[in-house]
Design a binder for this molecule. Structure first.
Ligand code: ZN
Length: 371
């Protein structure tokens, strides 16, 4: 397998299929100029009817969708680049994620790498999220901290280098995005990105009755106080129980609660979860004053939430950098960029390691600390 000559510009195709998003991207890595995203194509499995993501459905989605996703991404990039177009590197997510979903993407990518005789780089999904801001801003250098808040993850990470990551706070159960989705569903919402729907549903907070809000704040504050104040971990699973308690206390289904009150409930849920995140961030930085003043990169689907943004600005201060909301959810740009960084750091220096990467198999769980 031939390695890329690092002295020239090259083109990368990346696939992300760790969960229910089937994504492909083409990035043009230029010399002495910022990289260019030439195309990005994404097809998300519709899980509305199923009420959640079912791994076998996700696999079927990927098997049926990957070829045309890649085809579309290539066509778009080709049209942009002209006759000089060629692919020099292929990347795909290796984990963590659903085994079958990862396998579908990886095998397709490996097949392409073999057919084109170009290197294949397997990429850690979370590393992709962590490095995304560096694609857009060449000035963000190590070390920095990241708060990853999405449907799959909730963690505070301190990064010293490409492969040196320390998880300062992680969730002990489910992610904030997952919990927001579950609460939104209990409130009667339907759709794919329920956490986002919930945020839109809550709307302007000054339109919400203060009495309602404080009543529900009190209900959900139990969750905040209940989870041991000095424990450096996030926890969001108990919100499902709190929703259930609310239902039995009121003696009615949430869908029967008046709209204005449901908005107050939504606002109280968001605030409770976000204050919990802030509390744990403060706790982590109290223990680690050496990393406290570093830039904080906020990414993941929940990072686009304007309420969380406002609270972080008010309560954490310092330099807070946001990933563009478009690139906060799972995508292939992040995998392509992380693949480029890995490749250029000498990840695959010789012909042996180029071939060895073809032996890589999906890793359903893969701690960020084991890169
Ligand atoms: Zn993700």
């Amino acid at each position: 397998m031939k390695a890329i000559l690092r002295s020239r510009a090259y083109r990368v195709l990346a696939l992300e299929t760790s969960c229910d998003d089937c994504c492909a991207a083409v990035i043009h890595r230029r010399q002495a100029a910022p990289p260019v995203l030439e195309s990005h194509v994404k097809f998300t499995l519709n899980s509305v009817k199923a009420g959640g993501i079912i791994p076998t459905d996700a696999l079927e989605h990927h098997l049926g969708t990957i070829p045309r996703t890649v085809q579309d991404a290539i066509a778009e990039s080709r049209a942009l680049a002209g006759p000089e177009w060629q692919l020099d590197l292929i990347c795909a997510t290796q984990g963590p994620g659903f085994f079958s979903s990862l396998a579908a993407g990886m095998q397709f990518a490996k097949g392409m790498a073999v057919a084109l005789n170009v290197p294949f780089v397997p990429v850690h999904h979370m590393l992709g999220h962590l490095l995304t801001p560096r694609f857009f801003s060449g000035s963000l250098s190590f070390p920095f901290n990241s708060l990853l808040v999405s449907g799959g993850h909730t963690m505070l990470v301190h990064s010293r280098g490409l492969r040196e990551h320390e998880i300062l706070v992680n969730t002990i159960d489910i992610s904030v995005g997952n919990s927001l989705d579950k609460c939104a569903r209990s409130l009667g919402m339907k759709g794919n990105m329920l956490g986002r729907e919930l945020h839109l549903f809550v709307g302007e907070r000054d339109q919400i009755s203060a009495a309602d809000k404080s009543r529900y704040d009190e209900h959900f504050t139990m969750a905040l106080d209940g989870y041991k104040k000095r424990v450096k971990a996030f926890s969001f699973a108990h919100y499902a129980t709190l929703m259930q308690k609310l239902r039995s206390k009121s003696g009615r289904e949430m869908s029967d609660v008046p709209l204005s009150e449901r908005r107050a409930i939504g606002a109280a849920i968001e605030d409770s979860m976000f204050y919990h995140i802030l509390q744990k961030l403060k706790l982590a930085f109290e223990d680690r004053p050496d990393v406290r003043d570093l830039p904080l990169v906020v990414s993941g689907g929940v990072a686009a939430n304007t309420r969380l943004k406002k609270l972080l600005k008010e309560q954490i201060g310092g330099q807070v950098v946001y990933s563009d909301p478009k690139w906060c959810t799972d995508n292939a740009l992040m995998i392509g960029w992380a693949g480029i960084e890995l490749y250029e750091s000498g990840f695959m220096a010789g012909a042996d390691s180029l071939n060895a990467s073809l032996d890589a198999i999906p890793r359903t769980s893969w701690p960020l600390t084991e890169l």
